[in-house]
Design a protein around this ligand. Structure first.
Ligand code: SF4
Length: 90
């Protein structure tokens, strides 16, 4: 299963919550109205803005859709093994 590094740039995040709507099991808003990544089955860590999680192909798709929905492109997705930036594409 691929491992993804999911990072929310808090300076770019405007709290629009599209990511939370699209993929609520992977993203939530903290009390500062900034998104943070979540890992199903693990406790929420609202102060953590970056997380590495192992995902299936369909889970990867859901996370990518959430990143694509962000109006400010505040979500960055990297392949943890290759280091390649998957989204936004470079
Ligand atoms: S969609 Fe983007 S701006 Fe909106 S909460 Fe998620 S990361 Fe922040």
């Amino acid at each position: 299963m691929p491992k993804l590094r999911i990072k929310v740039d808090r300076d770019l995040c405007i709290g629009a919550a599209s990511c939370v709507t699209v993929a609520p099991i992977y993203f939530a808003l903290n009390s500062d109205n900034k998104a943070y990544p979540k890992e199903p089955g693990l406790p929420d860590e609202p102060t953590v803005h970056e997380r590495v999680i192992e995902v299936s192909d369909s889970e990867k798709e859901a996370i990518l859709l959430a990143a694509q929905s962000c109006p400010t492109l505040a979500i960055f997705i990297h392949d943890e093994e290759t280091g390649e930036q998957i989204f936004p594409s470079v």
